[in-house]
Ligand binder design. Structure first.
Ligand code: HPA
Ligand code: ZN
Length: 338
């Protein structure tokens, strides 16, 4: 049996994907041109050459520059639709999409423009391709809590389109505790909390995310292995990690994929999911993440099935949706032929 074919074809969910990080250079150039915006790179090739990062901040600087060409509703629609096309190629049938409103509102683009463009694409993807999705509104942690409160306020008229709130951007020096009050207020509004923690920050940031923000999942969380008590607590509270292998490699959180902690985390009993994070910048969508981490860590077919099932099980889909998705996975596994 070809494990590669199995990985490519198995139905999957993606739980950690920044829509701005799915912005392919070709589309970026097209949109820059139609919006009459100069990007500081002459060509797609030159831009791609700049995708060499020493750390998270190196990447974020380029990511925010790229997002700077998005101005109109149709730009956000095109961006999101391009991601759904990738979902089809990767057999992603359910996607939880993060978006960073402040990356745009800070530049004078309205919240309404951003979310309407994304929402239109979501509805079309459901109708045309049968792909289900939901939205995670992420606060930028390098900005103040007051700015996050403004974003929460702006989101309220669109509440029915948003399921969850997250926390992203520069981790070190911006601990979850900085956002305790706005997360509390967000949960009161019905949003389900997640947060990036333990990507570059230490285990104490993960403790804060679970104790102070009450997150249902931890984005990345690799560094939980620093603290045995934390590992036990994550297992006890049944919190999944959204792990992003190629992101960790490209942002130098691991030197080589063979030293990636994914399998160690699984062996400790933590529920791990595999995700692409920012596929346009880190060298591949979800299938590529699965293929490369499988090879690097010599994962078995059973490991792959477990990871895929976790991504549905620990999603924010309804219980009815989850059971339907898991049945599809079981049917695929039973019927799979090389
Ligand atoms: N980490 C933190 N913030 C982000 C990332 C990431 O990988 N991608 C987009 N914003
Ligand atoms: Zn991320």
């Amino acid at each position: 049996m070809s494990i590669e074919k199995f990985i490519r074809e198995i139905p999957k969910a993606e739980l950690h994907l920044h829509i701005e990080g799915s912005f392919q250079p070709e589309l970026m150039f097209d949109i820059a041109k139609r919006n009459h915006i100069e990007i500081p790179y002459k060509s797609v090739e030159e831009l791609k050459k700049a995708y060499k990062f020493g750390c998270l901040q190196d990447f974020l600087d380029i990511y925010y520059t790229g997002a700077g060409v998005l101005l109109k509703e149709e730009d956000f629609y095109d961006l999101t639709m391009a991601y759904f096309e990738a979902c089809r190629e990767n057999n992603i049938i359910f996607a939880e999409i993060m978006f960073d409103p402040q990356t745009h509102t800070q530049r004078g683009v309205s919240f309404d423009t951003v979310i309407r463009g994304i929402q239109e694409a979501r509805e079309e993807a459901k109708e045309k391709y049968g792909i289900d999705s939901l939205l995670i509104m992420s606060y930028l942690r390098h900005l103040s809590e007051e700015e996050a409160f403004k974003t929460l306020e702006q989101s309220l008229p669109y509440k029915e389109w948003i399921t969850s709130v997250g926390l992203d951007s520069s981790e070190r020096g911006n601990p979850p505790s900085k956002f305790r009050k706005v997360f509390e207020a967000s949960v009161k509004e019905g949003y389900r909390p997640v947060a990036h923690a333990g990507e570059e920050g230490d285990a104490d940031y993960i403790w804060e995310a679970i104790d102070l923000l009450g997150v249902h999942r931890i984005d990345h969380g690799n560094r939980s292995l620093q603290d045995e008590n934390l590992v036990k607590e994550i297992v006890k509270r049944d919190l999944a990690l959204t792990v992003c292998p190629l992101s960790n490699l490209e942002l130098r959180n691991v030197d080589v994929l063979t030293s990636h902690p994914l399998k160690k985390l699984m062996d400790k009993g933590i529920k791990v999911t595999v995700n692409s994070d920012d596929p346009a910048y880190f060298g591949g969508h979800l299938n590529e993440n699965f293929l490369q981490i499988r090879k690097a860590l010599d994962l078995t077919k059973e490991d792959i099935v477990e990871l895929v099932k976790n991504s549905f099980q620990y999603s924010f889909a309804s219980e009815e949706q989850k059971s339907g998705y898991l049945k599809r996975v079981d049917a695929f596994v039973a019927d799979f032929q090389d």
